[in-house]
Each structure stands twice: as structure tokens, then as C-alpha cells.
Design a protein around this ligand. Structure first.
Ligand SMILES: C[S@@+](CC[C@H](N)C(=O)[O-])C[C@H]1O[C@@H](n2cnc3c(N)ncnc32)[C@H](O)[C@@H]1O
Length: 203
């Protein structure tokens, strides 16, 4: 399939580009970082859409088939990425200017391999909460992160959690559907400058 000028193949059992994929693409399209990380990359469509503007693109995926799909689509479009099979931040060292994630976020548990694509556990927050607890440690000073979530699993909870983790959080895009609203949330790491001996927080 053609997605925003990219040639995207969807391997069997891999999450196809959908409304949440496009929402994340739109949120990050105006910005690019020098070192970028996409977690939960699936077909790799979002990372691909910004890969021609960054110096380094790293994609992490837990599903073997989806990781192969990410690598395949980068090759197919003549773009470069480090594709890592792994669980969220676990395989990573170092920091990034831009971190993006469209996680499984639906509040329902599932037990077959396809469920990995959409099931965020009972409250839909299993991956989101792990991401919020760790992302600040992987952002360079002034770096930013974008994540997708649904109104079904606590947007305010995410904004509050992010603030308590030292990040400025705001909804930058939303799309309303019959049963839920999807949002793209931007998290910005706070810069700490020292002015005349006083620490001053900057956004
Ligand atoms: C909603 S899909 C998003 C795929 C793609 N980024 C997109 O926007 O179309 C979520 C993806 O997260 C992957 N995933 C689930 N749990 C993960 C984890 N703990 N670490 C890395 N990837 C994970 C799934 O295999 C699936 O490909």
C-alpha cells in the first residue's frame, strides 16, 4: 500500500497503518530530531516518514514478524534504520532528540500473538505507564517525545504522570471517533539553566 508517498508492505499478523498511525505521523511531521527512536514500530511507517530528516533512526519492536516488517519497509524505500527486536527501552543505551510511540493501548487483555498489537492490558495503560516511567532517561536535554493514546484509558492520568516525571506534557493533536477520541501527546524534557546561582526550569 502507498502511505504518504511511502511504499508500505504489511506482513501477515502485523498492525496495518491506521488512524492512530496517521495521527502520530501528523504530530511529528513538522519536526525532526537528529537522533530519533520509534518504539513499537510495527510496519515502520511513522519512523520511515521522518527518516529522511534525521541522522539516526532506531526502531524497537517486540514481535519478530513486525521487526522484520519494519526492516523490510526501510529497505524497500531506500532508507536506513537500526531495527532492534526487544521490549520497549530494554535493549537501548544512550539518549535521543525525538522518541515516538504508538503503543497497544486498548483496555482489554488478549492472549494470542495478534493481541500484542492492540491490547494494553486491563486498563490499557500497561505499555503507556512503562513508557512514562522511563522516557525522560532516554531524552537529551530539550528532547521531545510523542505518544498516542485513547480517551478510553486516561488522558489526564498520562498528563499528570508525565509532569511528575519532570516532563512538560500537552495534547497536540486529536481525532474523534464514535466510541473514543485518539490523542497525540507531546512530552518535552525540561531544561535546567543556572542563572546567578539559581536553578531555573525552562521548557
Ligand atoms: C498499535 S501497533 C503500532 C504499529 C506502528 N507503530 C503504527 O503506528 O502503525 C503497536 C505495536 O507495538 C508492538 N509492541 C507491543 N508491545 C511491545 C513492547 N513491549 N515493546 C516493543 N514493541 C511492542 C506490537 O507488536 C505492535 O507492532
Amino acid at each position: 500500500m502507498r502511505v504518504r508517498g511511502l511504499e508500505i508492505e504489511v506482513f501477515p499478523g502485523v498492525y496495518p497503518p491506521s488512524e492512530d498511525t496517521f495521527l502520530l505521523m501528523d504530530a511529528v511531521s513538522g519536526e525532526a530530531g537528529e537522533y530519533a527512536l520509534e518504539l513499537c514500530s510495527g510496519t515502520g511507517s511513522v519512523g520511515l516518514s521522518l527518516s529522511d530528516r534525521v541522522d539516526l533512526m532506531v526502531c524497537v519492536e517486540l514481535s519478530v514478524e513486525a521487526a522484520k516488517n519494519t526492516a523490510h519497509n526501510f529497505r524497500k524505500n531506500g532508507r536506513r534504520a537500526e531495527v532492534i527486536l526487544g521490549d520497549l527501552f530494554t535493549p537501548l543505551k544512550g539518549k535521543f532528540d525525538l522518541v515516538i510511540m504508538n503503543p497497544p493501548y486498548l483496555p482489554e487483555s488478549g492472549s494470542d500473538p495478534w493481541d500484542l498489537s492492540w491490547s494494553g492490558g486491563e486498563k490499557g495503560r500497561a505499555i503507556i505507564d512503562r513508557f512514562l516511567a522511563e522516557v525522560a532517561g532516554y531524552l537529551r536535554e530539550g528532547g521531545r517525545a510523542y505518544l498516542i493514546q485513547s480517551s478510553l484509558n486516561g488522558i489526564e492520568e498520562t498528563l499528570n504522570f508525565a509532569e511528575s516525571a519532570g516532563l512538560q506534557a500537552e495534547v497536540v493533536r486529536h481525532a474523534a471517533f464514535q466510541f473514543e477520541t485518539l490523542v497525540a501527546i507531546r512530552l518535552t524534557s525540561k531544561r535546567i539553566d543556572t542563572i546567578m546561582g539559581m536553578e531555573k526550569l525552562k521548557y
